[in-house]
Design a protein around this ligand. Structure first.
Ligand code: TEU
Length: 582
């Protein structure tokens, strides 16, 4: 079904040497270790499991693996709550296993990026345990405030009692009262994830020490968790109560965030040839220029604007349809806004988001829409991030009941909603939860049609998607028309076509209701990308500005009969085509 021709390689000589770096030319692959592969049959994925799958990653052709947290942790937020930054969670293996993974990647010319989670720690981290007992130097390692636990009703969680009105991103107040210390501590996420006090230079010094410890173990970079949340506004003022997350204007891109990252760059990062990707909810293109622009401290940023397109303006769980106009406008703004300034980190899903096929594609056209979206991801200016399972077109999960969810954000939301008078039972919110829950992304990787999708021989820690009998690596690899083989071709194509990496981006047909088309240009080479985002069959009329004569089809997710008309062609549902233009 799919056709590819081999791209006539262009030289990269036309890209200024100063612009070229390995990470711009890399395809990244995100691994969520808990769900990747279980080597010791306890139902939980682990590091030796990843080691066994290294040839799989090599065959796929990806260049860099981003490993989400594998550190020692009580797993309240599955690793984003770290108890010891210099140790591996027992369930996942040992430092020796980690070294085998790193070496195995390096032997295959792949790189390893670790997750740096330093906006907060676990409440079981030694620093916090000492901080709550006011043991120096840890007393001010976290953000403690007195509040007024006796105020109002005498309930320490009476809104009048709390130090301010900020919300946690997982819902409920961002403050927890600690009986022992007699004060509240700030946590922008779960109560088991207290925020570090970045104003304290000793905290920053300790973070840099952790970074050096890993960098000296020869890693190739960091993905930095909510790194634009590390600075909180002076005096922690009340936030606008009408905001989706109250207080967020006082901690997203806070006053010293960039300054701390510059210090981190000077003190640590500048000494290593590594890549840094900041996860930055709530940043605009202008903010991104400060963080990742020419003089910015980091290399790339994950922004969230396209993740918000189907979320309600007041309640993110109140999902609505996204529109192609907004989608194209958002991507175009980021493509042009960072042109010549910075580099995009491109993604359509990750371990926190619904599966991209179920969100921006169509499960009824699973293969077509997965490959169309993949074509989009790999032909924009920036570095594509593939999330495990995306390469076989994994979808959202038909969770049977409320009891099947395990993610803290989802559970908190369900709890909160069930307290409301207008929600009688789970099924009243079931559709939203099934669509939006982070658990969709976290079900086990589907390796084969064996029981539990070949992920484990025991009961897995989270439900397996029942479609594993059809959607799995083994059958995808056996089928030349599968999503998996298309990803391989696309990754090869991007490696061989500098125009797809470095070329300028120019949207075509900016108002088309179904087609998203654009041109990439690098010196005298162009690429034309035409994507049908829906299940209709629109005609693509070639814009007059595009010199299509002699265009060569580089990749397409349908068989394309040549020659087509000189002024355009009809598209099939979710069809994607990329042409090379002279
Ligand atoms: O996510 C940050 C973040 O903004 C999430 O709250 C995200 O928007 C939300 O989950 C979407 O449903 C990072 C990590 O990727 C996430 O797994 C962690 O839970 C969070 O930080 C706290 O460390």
């Amino acid at each position: 079904m799919n056709s590819t021709s081999s791209p006539t390689s262009t030289s990269t000589a036309s890209v200024a040497e100063s612009e070229r770096t390995w990470w711009k030319e890399s395809v990244f692959y995100e691994i969520y270790p808990r769900s990747f592969y279980d080597s010791n049959d306890n139902g939980v994925g682990d590091l030796p499991g990843i080691v066994r799958k290294l040839d799989y990653l090599d065959d796929l052709g990806v260049d860099v693996v981003w490993l989400t947290p594998v550190y020692d942790s009580p797993q309240a937020d599955f690793g984003y709550d770290i108890r010891d930054y210099r140790d591996i969670l027992d369930e996942y293996g040992t430092m020796d296993d980690w070294e085998r993974l790193r070496d195995g990647l390096h032997e295959r010319d792949m790189r390893l990026v670790m997750d740096l989670v330093v906006n907060h720690t676990s409440d079981e981290h030694e620093w916090f345990e000492k901080s709550r007992r006011e043991v120096d130097p840890y007393t001010d390692y976290y953000i403690w405030r007195e509040g007024d636990p006796e105020a109002g009703s005498g309930d320490p969680y009476d809104p009048d009692a709390l130090p301010n009105n900020w919300d946690s991103l997982f819902g409920g107040p961002a403050w927890t009262y600690d009986e022992r210390r007699g004060e509240y501590y700030l946590h922008l996420f779960d109560g088991k994830q207290p925020d570090l006090n970045w104003r304290n230079p000793a905290v920053r010094e300790d973070v840099y020490g952790i970074m050096r410890w890993w960098l000296d173990r020869d890693i190739d970079g960091f993905r930095m968790d909510v790194i634009n949340f590390i600075s909180k506004a002076d005096g922690l003022p009340d936030g606008d109560p009408s905001a989706v997350v109250t207080g967020s204007e006082h901690f997203i891109n806070g006053p010293h965030a960039c300054e701390y990252l510059r210090e981190m760059d000077e003190r640590v990062l500048s000494e290593y040839d590594v890549v840094t990707v900041g996860e930055m909810p709530g940043i605009s293109v202008e903010d991104a220029r400060e963080y990742v622009g020419r003089d910015g401290p980091l290399d790339m940023a994950f922004h969230f604007e396209h993740m918000r397109l189907d979320e309600g303006p007041d309640d993110p769980w109140n999902f609505r349809d996204w529109s192609l106009d907004d989608f194209r406008e958002t991507f175009t703004r980021w493509q042009t806004g960072l042109a010549g300034e910075g580099w995009n980190a491109l993604y359509l899903n990750n371990h926190d988001q619904p599966r991209m096929v179920s969100r921006f594609g169509d499960e009824a056209y699973r293969v077509e829409s997965a490959t169309m979206l993949a074509t989009f991801l790999h032909t924009l200016r920036g570095s594509p991030f593939v999330y495990q399972g995306e390469e076989i077109g994994m979808t959202n999960v038909p969770f049977e009941s409320a009891g099947k969810f395990v993610d803290v954000e989802t559970l908190r939301y369900v709890e909160r909603m069930l307290e409301r008078d207008d929600v009688e039972n789970f099924e009243d919110i079931g559709d939203a939860v099934r669509y939006g829950s982070r658990d969709n992304a976290r079900t086990p990787m589907q390796w084969s049609d064996a029981p539990n999708a070949g992920f484990t021989d025991r009961e897995p820690w989270l439900t397996v998607n029942p479609n594993y009998t059809e959607v799995n690596v083994e059958s995808a690899r056996a089928d030349p028309d599968s999503v998996w083989h298309y990803y391989r071709r696309l990754i090869d194509l991007r490696h061989d076509a500098p125009v797809l990496v470095y070329g300028d981006y120019e949207p075509l047909l900016p108002d088309h209701p179904e087609i998203y088309a654009y041109r990439r240009t690098l010196e005298d080479v162009g690429a034309l990308v035409v994507l049908n985002f829906f299940d209709g069959e629109p005609r693509f009329d070639l814009p007059g500005s595009v010199a299509y004569d002699g265009a060569e089809l580089l990749i397409s997710n349908y068989e394309v009969e040549r020659p087509e008309g000189p002024d355009g062609f009809d598209l099939r549902p979710y069809e994607a085509r990329v042409y090379r233009l002279e």
